[in-house]
Design a protein around this ligand. Structure first.
Ligand SMILES: Nc1ncnc2c1ncn2[C@@H]1O[C@H](COP(=O)(O)OP(=O)(O)O)[C@@H](O)[C@H]1O
Ligand SMILES: [Mg+2]
Length: 257
């Protein structure tokens, strides 16, 4: 089964089988049964969205789908297939489930300051509950670098460790894009390792691909949000570098893991 292909959701019956307790919104694990077989997925009904002060109510499901379309059309291929559905609890987003490898080493971590292993970036320093200095770190990995670029494009306000999944093939997946594509710059991520780095040719092509995917957002976000997305694409092409955090400290989500 190709979890990148939205055709896996065709003509199925959706049955809720569990609720994801670590989720901040009403987020359900479910199974979709069709002639093609059974597909595990995540259903997020609009009705279960927790209101946020900075995002318009009832729009997170559309942002989930918009992020998937950009990922697919530009060739990032980081977000599992995501579509809008009218499910058992009304309209919402439906996303293919990724079987994570529970034994995989983390790609985002917290270590005692000064103990960053080789091949990792420091993100931000802090103090733990015992007032000991700790540092949030992430791996120097090409898949994460692609995700950092994707987040800059979609203006992701919540790229924490829990939204980065590793499957059994060592492939890295991006989930939870409900708070993306705002008109104001809100990039909050743990993946700051490449801030200011020049874009490679391949990365420039991905950004150009994203620019051409803007039409696919028209039924999902406002005209102003689409325009802001296009401006971000153009700015990345003009700058030719990964964005820098706006202040002296990186903007990181809370909690970061
Ligand atoms: N498509 C998916 N495949 C596998 N696990 C997922 C998927 N989507 C979410 N999860 C898991 O469920 C958790 C909660 O989902 P998330 O999308 O973050 O919900 P919320 O929007 O409520 O925060 C994630 O941190 C992740 O561990
Ligand atoms: Mg989440």
């Amino acid at each position: 089964m190709d979890v990148l292909d939205p055709a896996i959701f065709a003509d199925g019956d959706l049955e809720l089988t569990g609720r994801l307790v670590q989720a901040s919104n009403a987020t359900f694990f479910c199974e979709l049964t069709s002639a093609a077989g059974v597909v595990s997925c995540v259903y997020k009904p609009v009705r279960g969205e927790r209101p946020l002060w900075d995002f318009p109510d009832g729009t997170l499901a559309q942002r989930e789908v918009a992020a998937y379309r950009i990922s697919a059309l530009a060739g990032f291929d980081l977000v599992p297939a995501t579509v809008l559905v009218d499910g058992p609890m009304g309209p919402g987003s439906l996303q293919a489930w990724i079987d994570v490898d529970d034994d995989a080493d983390p790609v985002v971590d917290l270590v005692r300051s000064g103990r960053t292993p080789e091949g990792w970036f420091d993100v931000v320093d802090g103090l733990d509950v015992h007032e000991r200095p700790v540092t949030v770190i992430h791996r120097d990995d090409p898949q994460l670098r692609r995700m950092a670029l994707f987040d800059a494009l979609i203006n992701n306000a919540d790229r924490k460790g829990a939204h980065i999944l590793l499957d059994e093939h060592g492939r890295i997946w991006a989930v939870d894009h409900g708070v993306s594509l705002h008109v104001q710059d809100k990039l909050r991520t743990v993946l700051w390792g490449w801030a200011g780095a020049p874009l490679t040719e391949e990365e420039t092509a991905l950004v150009a691909g994203a620019c051409s995917a803007a039409d696919a957002l028209d039924d999902l976000v406002t005209a102003a949000e689409r325009a802001a997305f296009e401006t971000r694409c153009e700015r990345l092409l003009t700058d030719g570098t990964f964005p820098l955090p706006p202040g002296t400290w990186p903007s990181i989500p809370w909690p970061p893991l």
